[in-house]
Write a protein that binds this ligand. Structure first.
Ligand code: GDP
Ligand code: IMO
Ligand code: MG
Length: 423
């Protein structure tokens, strides 16, 4: 059997949680491969809205195994709270969740370092979620990190102490005003480590290899989005992992030859939370209307998301970097009632018209060139078949498929599991 991927193609929050939940019935294993609690994946069903951070979005289905891969960074404190949040549902998560021993741990001092680094940057800050992601991946690549497997070994606390002491020195070096009580934070951390230990730790690459041999199907769930990728995103305003397709290989130990479908997910418009360039951003009432109707507030930090028109130049770039084989268009319902819908099909870059994403996409270098499409008035949220789509929506979809040369297989028309239309 093969592995399919599901990846965000914009700056995150495309609706990955919802779609993974919808697709889970087709898979035996759902596997997160990168990121950590900077992610907030929202699922809605039976009148319940639930946000997952580190736990894969297949957890609400009885059949699936949910695997947290080696590429993920885990904050035991956030993770323990996530488990508590699942207690209200009748889910036997202990038998349905497995964690890679090679996943790295986010320590309390990683969170503090994130805060200190951002504070030191002033206006140039990344707009991090402050969950300790950057410092944890820095320790991973710097070969200083502490992994899940370490906490099964005697003496790991000595290693912890040495690293935390070093971090404290680094926090002092930043010379910014950060108030904290490390004793309290560590108490919470070590309690959460005990909770983490109640779960099953595995050698996940071996586990997945055997699963494939046994004919099991795997869906790899991405976090963040392609434009936040550490290599291919809008650096330095990115996250610290590879959010693109290659990240699934390194984050799970899966060979590229095992990957079959690459599901690329995008909003019918564009949003971004945090700092960084965003060529099609709207600063007028149209953008405010999108934010209001789309309820564009971050699932993790509650920060308002910046909104703008769909950027096809960026979307095409993401499809190419990931090798997307099928697309899913989310939040189509939010665009009902706009007279004109604009799609950015090229950039004006240093006086020239270009069709690719250049090195610098800051507003002083790039301005979007738009194609206007007629909007639709109809409410899409009660529709359940493409035959009910208004002509203008079909025109919008057909235009995107033609430009991207990839079929749009799902159109999402609301946050609920049931508001999902297959084409
Ligand atoms: P993720 O991080 O990619 O999983 O996305 P988030 O959960 O952070 O953000 C997506 C938001 O849009 C959530 O609040 C979802 O409930 C909501 N959502 C998902 N699909 C749709 C849709 O088709 N229409 C509307 N109106 N909301 C949606
Ligand atoms: P999901 O999985 C949207 C953004 C932050 C910031 C930058 C770096 O829910 O789509 P970090 O905390 O990683 O150091 O922040 O990346 N960011 C996200 N934006 N959705 C996410 O995850 C994000 N995870 C990080 O806002 O700009
Ligand atoms: Mg999110």
């Amino acid at each position: 059997m093969a592995v399919d991927l599901l990846l965000g193609l914009q700056w995150g929050d495309e609706g990955k949680g919802k779609i993974v939940d919808v697709l889970t019935k087709n898979y035996d294993i759902i596997a997160r491969f990168q990121g950590g609690p900077n992610a907030g994946h929202t699922l809605e069903f039976d009148g319940i809205k639930h946000v997952l951070r580190t736990i894969p979005s297949g957890i609400f289905h009885e059949k699936s195994i949910n695997l947290i891969g080696n590429g993920v960074v885990i904050d035991p404190v956030v993770f323990a709270k996530e488990l508590e949040g699942l207690d209200q549902f009748d889910i036997d998560y202990k038998s349905r969740m497995v964690i890679s021993r090679k996943a790295h741990l986010i320590l309390p001092t990683h969170r503090l370092l994130d805060a200190a680094s951002e504070a030191s940057k002033g206006k140039a800050k990344i707009g991090s979620t402050l969950k300790g992601i950057g410092p944890t991946y820095m320790d991973k690549t710097g070969r200083n990190g502490i992994r899940v497997g370490d906490i099964e070994l005697a003496g790991w606390k000595k290693k912890y102490r040495a690293l935390a002491n070093k971090h404290e020195g680094m926090i002092d070096f930043y010379d910014v005003d950060i108030q904290y009580d490390l004793d309290d934070m560590e108490k919470e951390f070590f309690q959460a480590i005990e909770v983490l230990k109640t779960l099953k730790f595995i050698d996940s690459e071996e586990y997945l290899r055997n699963a494939l041999k046994e004919g099991k199907s795997i869906l790899a769930e991405g976090a963040q989005g392609s434009l936040l990728d550490i290599d291919f995103g809008t650096y330095p305003f990115v996250t610290s992992s590879n959010t693109t397709a290659a990240g699934a290989c390194t984050g799970l130990g899966i060979a590229p030859t095992r990957i079959k479908e690459v599901h690329g997910i995008f909003k019918a418009y564009t949003t971004r939370v945090g700092s960084g360039p965003f060529p099609t951003e709207l600063f007028d009432e149209t953008g405010a209307k999108m934010a209001k109707i789309g309820n564009e507030f971050g699932a993790v930090t509650g920060r308002p998301r910046r909104c703008g028109w769909l950027d096809l130049v960026a979307l095409k770039y993401s499809c190419e970097v990931n090798g997307v084989t099928q697309l899913m268009m989310m939040k189509g319902d939010v665009l009902s009632g706009f007279d004109v819908l604009k799609i950015c099909t090229a950039y004006k870059y240093k006086g020239e018209v270009i069709n690719h994403l250049p090195y610098n996409i800051e507003s002083e270098n790039v301005s979007p060139i738009y194609t206007d499409m007629k909007g639709w008035k109809e409410d899409l949220t009660k529709m359940n078949d493409p035959s009910q789509f208004p002509k203008e929506l079909n025109d919008y979809i057909n235009f995107l498929e033609k430009e991207l040369e990839i079929p749009i297989k799902i159109v999402s028309v609301g946050p609920d599991r049931t508001q999902t239309i297959h084409r």
